[in-house]
Ligand binder design. Structure first.
Ligand code: PMT
Length: 223
């Protein structure tokens, strides 16, 4: 990517999984490693942007020059993202794999195995991406969609429903791509077009995404 294509722009990126506590020792989560979001943060910083990464628990290094706000739960991710957008944001990119549901309540003590089965009552989590996109001062908003079938249909539907400017459909049906891998393959949709990128390394895909975001985010003016 040409150096400086995002100079002066402020990006907020969510990455990684969230952890939803069941009791003091257990949680619900998923296989997101944070690699895709961290690669976008690295590429954006190299392109001259100032980058805040709102990150769930991951075990990969923070790219140079990137500010990290660590979070655990979906509710913390929403609060930290809203705060980062309040502080100034031109582009919001949601790569996080947020738990859609959390346990209704967290047990104060470790739950004992007293019976052969148990029920866990779950409630819906807030949607960070949709909340940011719904702000009157919404930045250019980019969502991700991990899909296994009918990719175009589900991704473009998600873009319209959540009022996004761009959506990156992530092919998670092939082994070695998507969750917890160093490689990925995506198709990017925006209202007037689409393009496929990869299979390639997550950093190479991130560089192409940053170039696309730089190209399209200038054309959108939010009232
Ligand atoms: O972390 P890696 O191991 O590198 O893997 C990368 C990835 C596969 C997790 C990533 O590229 C990806 O596809 N992330 C989106 C995963 C997903 O299935 O998202 P979703 O369909 O649940 O949500 C759609 C969009 O809304 C996403 O941008 C998501 O971040 C956002 N969302 C969803 C739910 C919620 N409560 N809050 C959100 O912000």
């Amino acid at each position: 990517i040409p150096a400086g294509v995002l100079a002066g722009k402020r990006l907020v990126i969510t990455a990684g999984p969230t952890r939803e506590p069941i009791d003091p020792v257990r949680y619900i989560s998923n296989h997101s490693s944070g690699k895709m979001g961290y690669a976008i943060a690295e590429a954006a910083a190299q392109a001259g942007a100032s980058v805040t990464l709102v990150s769930g628990p991951v075990s990969i290094p923070v790219p140079e020059g990137v500010q990290v706000v660590p979070v655990e739960t979906a509710e913390e991710m929403l609060a930290a993202s809203q705060k980062a957008v309040d502080e100034g944001c031109d582009v919001f990119v949601a790569t996080a794999a947020v738990a859609d549901y959390r346990p209704e309540s967290q047990a104060a003590n470790k739950i004992k195995k007293s019976s052969e089965s148990m029920n866990l009552s779950l409630v819906r989590n807030p949607d960070t991406l949709a909340s940011v996109a719904a702000r009157p001062d919404a930045p250019f908003t980019v969502g991700f969609a991990a899909e296994t079938s009918d990719v175009e249909h589900y991704a473009t539907d998600k873009m319209r429903r959540k009022k996004l400017d761009m959506i990156v459909a992530n092919d998670v049906s092939s082994p070695g791509l998507g969750f917890n891998s160093d490689r990925n393959a995506v198709t990017v949709f925006w209202p007037q077009g689409q393009t496929s990128i990869g299979p390639d390394t997550k950093l190479a895909i991130a560089e192409r995404l940053v170039a696309l975001i730089a190209q399209h985010s200038d054309k959108v003016t939010h009232p």
